[in-house]
Design a binder for this molecule. Structure first.
Ligand SMILES: [Zn+2]
Length: 400
C-alpha cells in the first residue's frame, strides 16, 4: 500500500477510535452509575437507564428498539420473627418468598424431606428445618403439601445465610443462623410449646424489563456486541456492568456510519442479574430461536476492576482476537469460559462467543461498586474494535 493511502487509512481509523479514549467512555459510566444509580431489573432506575441508552444510540444515528420481556420481580423489604413473648428478631428472607403476617405453632421436621415430614403434626404450623440435603424450594414444597403455613430454615454452619427458592416459592420462608435454630430446637425437644409470629415483607410480582437494541439503518447485521446495563439492588454497578455498557455505547459511537456499524447489532441487556433474562429473551426472539445470520457474539461484562482482563470464549474467536489484537499488559486469553454472563444463551444456540471480563472485584454487588480503574475501559474498547473490524472484513492493518 502506498504511503499516502496508509496515512489516509490511519486517519480514518483514528477518527473511528477517537471516542475510545478512557475518559470519554468513563463519561457514560458516570451517567449510568452516578447519574441514574441503582438499575435493578424491573425498577424505575433500570427503565431510566434504558431510556438513556436508547437516546444515546439515536444521537449516534442508530435505529433503536426496546425489546420488553416479563419476569418475576422479588424484593426483600426486611423480615422478622418473634417466638412467644420473646423479642422480635430480624431475619433474612428466603429469596422469592411470598409476603406474610402470620402466627402459628412451631414444629421441627429435620431436613424437610418427605420422610422427615411423614407422621408429624404439620398442618397449619410453621416448620423449623435444618439447611442442607435438598434445595430450599423442595423443603417448602414438601412442607406445603403436608399443610404447613411457613418454613424457618436454620444454617448447618455457624452464622446466618442468604438463601433463595430461585423461583416463586409456595410458602413464606426465613433463613436463621445455626445458633438461633438450635436454640429453638432445644426448647421444642424440651417439650416447650412455641408459638411463632412471622412478619415477612417482600414484593413478589410480575414486572417487565427490556433490552435496548441498536442497528444501523443500512446494511445487514451479523455480529452482536452487548453487555448488561442492569445492576443488583444493593449498589450502582459501576464495574458490574456500567463499564461494559459504556464500552458498547462507545463502540457504537466510534463506528457510526462505517461498515462495522452496518454489520453489528449493539445490545444493552436487561435483567442479567436475575439470571441472564435479557440475553435469553434476545436469543429466544431470533427467528426460530436459531442463530440465523448471527456469526459471532461479544459480551462485555465487568471489565473495570481487577488486575487482569480475561478474554475467553469459542476457540476460533479467541484465536482470531489474539491474532488481530495481540498480547497487551494486564490481559490474558483463556481457552475456557469462567463467567456466567450474557454470552451463555448465545453459546447455547450455537453462536461463537467472545467474553471480556475481570474478576475478584471486592465491591461486586455492593453499594461500593463505584470504582473504575484507569485504562481498563479503553483496553476493552480497543480490543473489541479490532475484532469487529476483522469480522466485518475491514481488516486491521493499522496498529491501534
Ligand atoms: Zn455483570
Amino acid at each position: 500500500m502506498r504511503r499516502t493511502a496508509l496515512l489516509f487509512l490511519s486517519l480514518l481509523i483514528s477518527v473511528a477510535t477517537a471516542q475510545l479514549a478512557d475518559g470519554d467512555i468513563r463519561g457514560f459510566v458516570l451517567d449510568l452509575a452516578e447519574g441514574i444509580g441503582i438499575r435493578a431489573a424491573g425498577t424505575a432506575g433500570e427503565r431510566a437507564a434504558a431510556d438513556y441508552l436508547e437516546q444515546r444510540f439515536r444521537e449516534f444515528g442508530y435505529q433503536t428498539e426496546l425489546q420488553p420481556f416479563p419476569f418475576t420481580y422479588f424484593q426483600d423489604l426486611g423480615s422478622a420473627y418473634q417466638v412467644g413473648q420473646g423479642p422480635e428478631v430480624n431475619a433474612s428472607t428466603l429469596g422469592f418468598s411470598p409476603p406474610a403476617e402470620l402466627s402459628a405453632p412451631l414444629v421441627f421436621a429435620n431436613l424437610g424431606r418427605i420422610q422427615d415430614l411423614r407422621g408429624r403434626e404439620v398442618q397449619g404450623r410453621i416448620v423449623l428445618l435444618r439447611r442442607g440435603e435438598i434445595p430450599f424450594l423442595e423443603k417448602a414444597q414438601n412442607a406445603a403439601r403436608a399443610g404447613a403455613v411457613a418454613i424457618m430454615v436454620f444454617n448447618n454452619r455457624p452464622g446466618g445465610f442468604d438463601g433463595t427458592y430461585g423461583q416463586p416459592g409456595p410458602l413464606p420462608g426465613l433463613a436463621l443462623s445455626r445458633s438461633e435454630g438450635e436454640d429453638l430446637l432445644d426448647r421444642l425437644q424440651a417439650g416447650e410449646v412455641l408459638q411463632a409470629t412471622l412478619s415477612i415483607n417482600t414484593t413478589l410480582e410480575e414486572r417487565t424489563s427490556q433490552n435496548v437494541i441498536a442497528r444501523w439503518p443500512t446494511g445487514t447485521a451479523h455480529l452482536v456486541v452487548g453487555g448488561h446495563y442492569d445492576s443488583v439492588a444493593q449498589g450502582p454497578g459501576a464495574n458490574d456492568n456500567a463499564s461494559g455498557t459504556a464500552v458498547v455505547l462507545a463502540l457504537a459511537q466510534a463506528f457510526a456510519g462505517t461498515p462495522v456499524a452496518e454489520q453489528t447489532i449493539f445490545v444493552a441487556f436487561g435483567a442479567e442479574e436475575e439470571g441472564l433474562l435479557g440475553s435469553q429473551a434476545f436469543v429466544s426472539a431470533l427467528p426460530g430461536g436459531e442463530p440465523g445470520d448471527i456469526t459471532a457474539m461479544i459480551d462485555i461484562d465487568q471489565i473495570a476492576v481487577g488486575n487482569t482482563l480475561f478474554v475467553g470464549g469459542t476457540p476460533s474467536l479467541v484465536n482470531l482476537t489474539r491474532e488481530v489484537f495481540g498480547n497487551h499488559e494486564g490481559m490474558q486469553y483463556l481457552t475456557e469460559l469462567r463467567a456466567a454472563s450474557d454470552h451463555v444463551p448465545f453459546q447455547n444456540a450455537g453462536i461463537p462467543v467472545l467474553v471480556l471480563n475481570r474478576q475478584s472485584d471486592p465491591n461486586n454487588h455492593t453499594a461500593l461498586d463505584t470504582v473504575i480503574e484507569p485504562g481498563t475501559l479503553s483496553l476493552a474498547a480497543e480490543l473489541v474494535a479490532a475484532v469487529l473490524r476483522e469480522l466485518a472484513g475491514e481488516g486491521n492493518t493499522v496498529e491501534l
